[in-house]
Design a protein around this ligand. Sequence first.
Ligand code: MTE
Length: 328
Amino acid sequence: MKDLPKEPLSSEITPKAVYVNRREFMKNGALALGTAAATGSALLWLGGQGPPPDVPEVAAASADNPLIVAGRSYDVPDEAQTPNRDVITYNNYYEFGIDKDDPARNAHTLVTRPWTIQVEGLVARPQTIDVDTLLNWFPLEERVYRMRCVEAWSMVIPWLGFPLASLVKRLEPMGSAKFIEFTTLLNPEQMPGQRSPILKWPYVEGLRLDEALNPLAFIATGLYGSVLLNQSGAPLRLVTPWKYGFKGVKSIVKIRFTDEQPKNTWAIAAPREYGFYANVNPEVNHPRWSQANERRIGEFQRRKTLPFNGYADEVAGLYAGMDLRANF
Ligand code: MTE
């Protein structure tokens, strides 16, 4: 195996074209904010030196908590959960900036009610569903999952939500549907990052339908016993713990069933670096850094990265006979 750096510098995470555009992003953002009601902290953010994110206290799930959780169906018993403060202040959500603390500082501009999810494509009944209707369809459950970012850091997160399979079955895709595509809100007014072409907006991700029906695939609506904060992808986002974190599309407004493999945002941005499958694989390095191990947020020692992020028993069968180097 080539001697690659363990982890990218933050300036290297994005493909070069994206990084080169960063200046333009800052400039466009400044222009847009200049014409809008620019606040002092927004301008400070553009200078990369905003105030520390305001972290609300989050109550643990309890009898008094309004979120009723049916139970915990998956756990990572031997690994400590990443502190909530880290989970909600160290984020990737380019619609709100490209530094890890930008989303916590900036995502308050996202308006999550009213919110609808449009269902279209190869489906029995195309429909538009109010998010609160959808949330009432399924009992909430808690799932503690490892999350491994393609940038070689990881967390252990107690999500709340429901199985993606339950949603897919309820939406009744046609027999001809082979893939499911998810799209994030497109709203440059609420999402300042979308004022700049650092990525192709809106953010899109997809799964093969059999992946979506795997019991591990999850729609998260909360974490650490409370509803999702905007920076984590409110009001609902995808969680596929055996895949790199970029598959976890946030703030979903559209679900489309299709017979063609969706074109996912990061694969469009840098096709040699990011694929469609994005299964966690310590054997296949990113062209610019090693994927053999990872930095668990809050720990000093690096951990070995596990095939399928430790979920091989549950998901390896989905890829039987596939070349996982070609289909990265
Ligand atoms: N979804 C949207 N809409 N925009 C993004 O920039 N970033 C992805 C993914 N979902 C992203 C997104 C990446 S790269 C990662 S690692 C995870 O969200 C991060 O999720 P977290 O911030 O909750 O840890």
